[in-house]
Design a protein around this ligand. Sequence first.
Ligand SMILES: Nc1nc2c(ncn2[C@@H]2O[C@H](COP(=O)(O)OP(=O)(O)OP(=O)(O)O)[C@@H](O)[C@H]2O)c(=O)[nH]1
Ligand SMILES: [Mg+2]
Length: 403
Amino acid sequence: MDSQYVEKNFDKDLRALFKKDVRIDNKSLHKILDLPVLKLQGIDAVSSDKLGDAGIKTIYDLSQTIVGEKKIAMDSTILKKWVRKAKIIVNYVQNPLTKKKLLLAGLDFAGKTSLLSVLKKDYSIIQDLMPTKGAQRDGVEFFGIPIITWDLGGQALYRNEYLDSSKSKLFFSDTDVLFYVIDVQDDKRYGEAVDYYSKMLAAYKSLGEKPTLIVLFHKLDPVLKEQEAVMERIAKLQVDIANVSTEFDFSPIFASTSIYEKNSVFVAFSLGIRNISQTAELVASLLEEYCVKSNGKAAVLLSSEGEVFAQTGVTKEYIELVTQNGLLIDTIVKFNLSKGFVLEKNPVVKFSDNEMYLIGHHITSGMNRTVYLWLLLQNLIDFTSTISFFKNEVEPLLSLFIV
Ligand SMILES: Nc1nc2c(ncn2[C@@H]2O[C@H](COP(=O)(O)OP(=O)(O)OP(=O)(O)O)[C@@H](O)[C@H]2O)c(=O)[nH]1
Ligand SMILES: [Mg+2]
């Protein structure tokens, strides 16, 4: 694809992970992989010698280390932490930050352009949207990742064009993430929607491509969620979609959205972007480690832009609770911004009924947007005792992820 490389910057992105005396020219960023481990923040001479004895001399060596494989006279938790940092650095240096291609497809009137407008916060235009003519490309930034969105107008005329075997490459090749949008309110067209879906998967298969696939049950407006008949219909539709997917060797992620519930749109897009982001998995594993350490029920990392960087928790319900409330609090704050209200650094909400707290933590390091960690837990003391782990281990890595 016409991917443009985005410039990387050592001082902005990696600074926090290294000792102060390390100076790196952005053009020779790859050289940091050959730096001795001693240059990494937190590694002292004694530890560096111990690592050296085991043949681990450079940052790159460290990134390749499998903890427990070699005998190293060192606490394995600490070693794991360093290996993880080295891995993130290597990942960052070796993988070019390219623009990602996000494709939105589905029948006409499914709501694709409306979804994009929510994502771009162009609420004013939603009311007067016209059917999209052909493929409309646009740029958007999400998770600090530059993204080119391809909004494929869904009228039959255009669908036939995309699916035409001589042209499909033009539209579908190099897709990083595909959102297939289905209007759940229009059950008369479910069959047609499944048919187009299967033709698209066939086209991808013949191109030898396998993008991350998210199927959106869209226009599931809040009132509809309470209607059993509707939910049953959607469940059946999901089975049909799953069957077609298996046939073509795809395993989609399902999500439901409504433009009347903006957060559902952000949660769904975050799901897709997390799947194509190289460091997302590492951030998720860190958040999980932190949540377990704090005896948390669930934890989430949210930005004021509505991005859901990572979620973890003991049950799906707790994860939803922490995510929805975090996003809601953010909405309340935005609503009151003009009156001079700002959110404090560690806001706390107490749920008296089940003796739980929702506590936020404002993350500052090197990011150009406000990011909060939200943690749901029973004892606030657990938050206090683990926050330094979060500040030292998680925050510096986050600034790599959220450019
Ligand atoms: N009730 C409801 N209506 C929606 C929702 N999202 C979009 N719509 C409406 O659905 C209609 C079609 O939306 P579009 O975004 O233009 O649909 P599209 O998929 O881009 O259509 P094409 O460009 O023709 O492919 C508009 O009238 C929207 O207001 C939703 O979540 N709930
Ligand atoms: Mg459209």
